[in-house]
Design a protein around this ligand. Structure first.
Ligand code: HEC
Length: 178
C-alpha cells in the first residue's frame, strides 16, 4: 500500500505555541465583548446615578417624589427638615437649606421672583401677594407654570401633606429669599 503524500503542515513547536497564545487572546477578547455585563451589585448604583444626575446618553430622568414617602407634616418641624421631608429639596435649590440643591424646578428665591410671576401677563392664578403666590404654587402648581420648566412635575398632592401651619412657615421662609 502506498502512503498518500502527507498533506499535514508540519509546524515547528515555537510556531505552534505562538498560534496557541494568539487563539487564547482572541477567545479572551471575544468573551469580554460578549459577556461584558455589569456586575449586578453595581446596577442599583448606576440607576440612582442616572436618576440623580441625568445622563448624557438618555434624556435626563425626571425626579419623582412619591406621596407615600412624604410624611404628614405637623408644621412644627425645623424649617430645613420641613423642606427635606416634603421632598422639596429633591427638586429645588433653596438658599439656606443645605441639602436643597435640586434642579428639576426653579431656584426658590421668591423675594425676587414672586413679584415677577405676578406681573407676568400670562399669570392667570388668583394670588395678589407673593405669600399667596407661594401657597398657590404649592397647592395648585398648574395655576402658573414657570416658563422653561415642565408642568406636572411638581407633585399635586401637597395639600394632603402640609397643614396650614407648615404652608405658612414655608411661604414665610421663601418670600424672604432674595
Ligand atoms: C418632583 C419635583 C418637585 C418637587 C418635589 C417640588 N417641586 Fe416645586 N416645582 C417643580 C417644578 C418643575 C416647578 C416649575 C414648574 C411649575 O411652575 O409648576 C416648581 C415650581 C415651584 C414654585 C414656583 C417657583 C417660582 O419661581 O415661581 C414654588 C414656590 C415651589 N415649586 C415650591 C415647592 C415646595 C415648597 C415644595 C415642597 C413642599 C416643592 N416645590 C416640591 C418641581 C418640584
Amino acid at each position: 500500500m502506498d502512503k498518500k503524500p502527507s498533506t499535514r503542515i508540519s509546524l515547528a513547536p515555537e510556531t505552534f505555541i505562538i498560534l496557541m497564545v494568539v487563539c487564547c487572546g482572541i477567545i479572551a477578547t471575544l468573551s469580554f465583548v460578549i459577556f461584558d455585563t455589569p456586575d449586578p451589585s453595581s446596577a442599583p448604583q448606576a440607576i440612582t446615578k442616572s436618576i440623580s444626575q441625568g445622563t448624557t446618553m438618555n434624556p435626563p430622568a425626571q425626579k419623582v417624589v412619591l406621596s407615600q414617602t412624604v410624611p404628614l407634616s405637623t408644621g412644627d418641624e425645623p424649617i430645613d427638615q420641613l423642606f427635606i421631608q416634603s421632598g422639596c429639596a429633591v427638586c429645588h435649590t433653596i438658599p439656606g437649606i443645605d441639602p436643597a440643591k435640586g434642579r428639576e424646578g426653579p431656584i426658590l428665591v421668591l423675594g425676587i421672583n414672586g413679584p415677577k410671576r405676578l406681573a407676568d401677563p400670562n399669570y392667570q392664578g388668583t394670588a395678589t401677594t407673593v405669600r399667596e403666590y407661594i401657597t398657590e404654587s404649592i397647592l395648585n402648581p398648574g395655576a402658573y407654570v414657570v416658563p422653561g420648566y415642565p408642568d406636572r412635575v411638581m407633585p399635586r398632592w401637597y395639600g394632603k401633606k402640609l397643614n396650614a401651619k407648615a404652608l405658612d412657615r414655608i411661604a414665610l421662609y421663601l418670600e424672604a429669599l432674595p
